[in-house]
Design a protein around this ligand. Structure first.
Ligand code: TRP
Length: 333
């Protein structure tokens, strides 16, 4: 085997069936990094507790998300795939890191302010510490590279600061400063044509939907708002249907739509039908794989069990070093 370049770690909250935004923004990248790096992908179910009202669907959401990951090509032979709560060392590291974290840094983060604004009645201690737990994820596995969306860049900078504080306080160099690897795709807008695609806004298109459901979702997409009638010329530059064509349709077709839309040669309905056909075509292998995987109810469980075992080896090694660096009684031989 050729030498791999370093370790990649990324995590995602268990949101159940994944949508196009998850795929283009994260999963596609996870898959692509598998060849060159030692990749570790984690379903961060503990993080999910900071905002959920109920855990009724937590386990199911973990199962469904993992199925989508596997069907999309995250390969347990190449990557460690595991559930955060199965390796509880992360909570130990979280507590230790919290002692080198100034509270003001946490409350100043834009993600925290946003959560407080959206949900002022649920500002719990764990929510404030969210980035500390995220740092613990990354640092426990000594990740060099962390693929994330732009909204997570402040968290990565925070993690780097935590590393410096920890290493400085305990006069060590065991923790590694991670680099963000920002996903190079524009934000995926939902079917409302306006906001980021998300399940909670119900403006998403699921990867595992049937072709009919997919077509229905696409037919309800908001297009260029200036184009009121079929014979009005449209502007593909502001149309979300066109953005998706650029990803899922052939170059010739994109060119043709670009040209025809501007002179009302093609209407929105036809344009969406083409998109639905191309997207459904694109998802054929994914859906077949998912179907195959979901026939065996043990696959996900086995993959995650094995992933946790492999993750634990790395985690316990790091924790021994951490305890030793701190100088807990009995930690140094
Ligand atoms: N905070 C990330 C998000 O909301 C999820 C996450 C948790 C994560 N731990 C991580 C991402 C570690 C990368 C690395 O999307």
């Amino acid at each position: 085997m050729t030498e791999k370049k370093g370790r990649v770690f990324s995590g995602a909250r268990p949101t159940g069936r994944q949508h196009l935004g998850n795929y283009l923004g994260a999963i596609k990248n996870y898959v692509a990094l598998q060849g060159d790096y030692r990749t570790v992908y984690c379903v961060v179910d503990i993080h999910a507790l900071t905002t959920v009202e109920t855990t009724r669907e937590l386990a199911l959401n973990t199962q469904e998300m993992t199925l989508d990951w596997l069907a999309a090509g995250i390969d347990p032979e190449k990557s460690i795939i595991f559930v955060q709560s199965h390796v509880p060392e992360v909570m130990e590291l979280h507590t230790i890191l919290s002692m080198v974290t100034p509270l003001g840094k946490l409350t100043a983060l834009p993600t925290f302010k946003e959560k407080v604004r959206d949900n002022p009645d649920n500002v719990n201690y764990g929510l404030v510490g969210y980035p500390v737990l995220m740092s613990a994820d990354i640092l426990l596995y000594k990740a060099d590279l962390v693929p994330v969306g732009t909204d997570q860049i402040p968290h990565l900078e925070f993690a780097r600061e935590v590393v410096r504080s920890f290493n400085h306080r305990y006069e060590t160099n065991i923790l590694v400063e991670p680099q963000a690897k920002v996903t190079q795709i524009p934000k995926v807008v939902g079917i409302d044509g306006e906001r980021k695609m998300s399940k909670s806004l119900d403006n998403h298109i699921e990867l595992a939907a049937t072709p009919e459901e997919t077509e229905k979702r696409i037919m309800s997409m908001v297009t260029d708002p200036q184009r009121m009638r079929r014979d009005d010329p449209g502007n593909p530059d502001v149309c979300n249907v066109f953005s998706l064509h650029k990803i899922f349709s052939s170059e010739e077709e994109v060119e043709e739509i670009n040209r025809e839309c501007r002179k009302a040669g093609i209407g929105c309905v036809d344009c969406k039908r083409k998109l639905a056909a191309n997207l459904n075509q694109h998802l054929v292998p994914f859906r077949a794989k998912r179907e195959e995987l979901s026939r065996d109810p043990n696959i996900v469980r086995d993959v995650l069990e094995d992933g946790a075992k492999r993750a634990k080896v790395i985690a316990s090694e790091t924790m021994s070093e951490v305890r030793e660096a701190i100088g807990f009684y009995g930690a140094r031989e």
